[in-house]
Design a protein around this ligand. Sequence first.
Ligand code: TA6
Length: 304
Amino acid sequence: MSIDSTANLDELQRLHGREGRVTLSRGALGEVVDLAAPGGTARIALQGAQLLSWVPAGEAEVIWLSPEARPQPGKSLRGGAPVCWPWFGPHAEDERKPAHGFVRGAPWELLDTEATAQATRARLGFDTAGKWRDVWPHEARAVLTVTLGDGLTLALETTNTGAEPFQLSQALHTYFAVAHIAETSVQGLDGCAYIDKVGPEARRRQEGMVRFDGEVDRIYLDPPGEVVIRDKALGRRIVVGASGSRSAVVWNPWIEKAARLGDMGADGFRRMLCVETANAADDTLTLAPGARHVLEARYRLERV
Ligand code: TA6
């Protein structure tokens, strides 16, 4: 459902709004759903089902959004948590197809919302329903459930609604806010094999923590458990738990690539780090007709 009039926005608010917990609005970032719960607040854009903000109670923003983020139809905002689906990165056979699939800049439907004593939830859906056949010759439904409680959970469920199996690679491409990338490190990947995408593609093994003094673009294979962003300057850790995933992407574009991207803002690369919960590379799945798969990322913030 795309929202193209104030009346529709009012209608959505009537259907899905919840006093003090779920609010729909339209502003500079397009149509957004604001969630509030005792544990904090979150914001999701209806275009791309893109998480734009998560602020745990009493804390500073956890999600990085470029100061130059401007809504454009068909394109995700730079930052937040774009949904890369039904493929991650460049298309395997046809590089003219959009990178990271075709739903991150497309309108999603707000399916329902829920508020309990502890949590507020919104579910957004996207159905290929034949409409995307020239880009992707399969039929599938994606449902993203965003649950805001003490932490924040993104669960992306894919169902093969067609008659043929298809390959699925995907990522919850979350941009986290950090005080300074050079004082940030990532723990939990020591000993993991990874595909290094900077320069000629190569397979390597992580030794110790991931640190940043240049471009990093890696697909880690089989991370053993939680991946932790240690932000020394802010005195906090962002803990990323996952299920339905056997790969994690760590990305910072650094200076030149950030300049090439053109929408990162001055020095934006210093303030962000992507840790993406994925099914990518060796972790690409095959989904049989009727089969479903849930990729889940669970975030919590810890003070150190
Ligand atoms: O996940 C890392 C990555 O695939 C990088 O290679 C990088 O260029 C990035 O995502 C952002 O892609 P985008 O298409 O949003 O510019």
